[in-house]
Design a protein around this ligand. Structure first.
Ligand SMILES: [Zn+2]
Length: 204
């Protein structure tokens, strides 16, 4: 809708305003610079990475790929898992996650904990010290509280605050995994949307 409203085409020159810290906002299109090669943008009907169908959840702007096995989503999930607000694994940034995935040494976040010395050492630019440091950081992350792990798992609508609220009632992961919808939904601050999301996450 925003793209239509501002009449942005693929290949356009645009004026950008840095609204927040990260996401630049397009102020306007410089139409004088159009040379006829600009193309109408179309929302993809399939995920550009894995080819699965995409859906637009009610009330949301973005399209989502429906495949749980989508490589692009797996990458994002692992990057989020290791990030600062989550499991905070120092040295496991996006570039390293990508290398592990490329070499098929990990497929999901849990695989991080099965990495061996030789797996890490086999990565480009990894020497003895950096290998030990990364394995140490991975080991250290196991001491993080359950709320961090819950947040790190990337369950939709479970932000860091909601994760803390949940762990006041469910003190171990197992009890949350096997909880009934009603048990989750009746917690103060937890609505039906969050409860549904948790149930569907653990049933996949
Ligand atoms: Zn996909």
């Amino acid at each position: 809708d925003e793209i239509r409203r501002k009449d942005v085409k693929v290949g356009d020159w645009v004026v950008v305003h840095k609204a927040g810290d990260v996401i630049p906002e397009i102020v306007k299109v410089i139409k004088e610079r159009r040379d006829g090669s600009q193309q109408e943008f179309r929302m993809p009907g399939k995920c550009p990475v894995c080819g699965s169908d995409v859906i637009k959840p009610e009330g949301e702007v973005a399209l989502r790929c429906t495949s749980m096995a989508c490589p692009a989503q797996q990458y994002e999930r692992i990057v989020h898992f290791a990030s600062k607000g989550a499991m905070d694994i120092e040295g496991l940034g996006p570039a390293i996650v990508e290398k592990f995935l490329d070499k098929k040494l990990i497929k999901d976040s849990a695989d991080i904990y099965y990495l061996k010395y030789d797996d890490v050492f086999s990565l480009e630019n990894f020497k003895e010290k950096s290998t030990k440091n990364l394995l140490g950081a991975i080991e250290e992350s196991k001491k993080k509280p359950l709320s961090r792990l819950l947040f790190a798992m990337g369950i939709r609508y479970v932000g860091s605050h909601t994760a803390v609220v949940l762990t006041r009632v469910f003190t171990d992961l197992d009890s949350l995994m096997h909880a009934r919808y009603e048990e989750i939904e009746e917690i103060k601050e937890i609505g039906p949307k969050i409860a549904e999301s948790i149930i569907s996450f653990f049933n996949h």
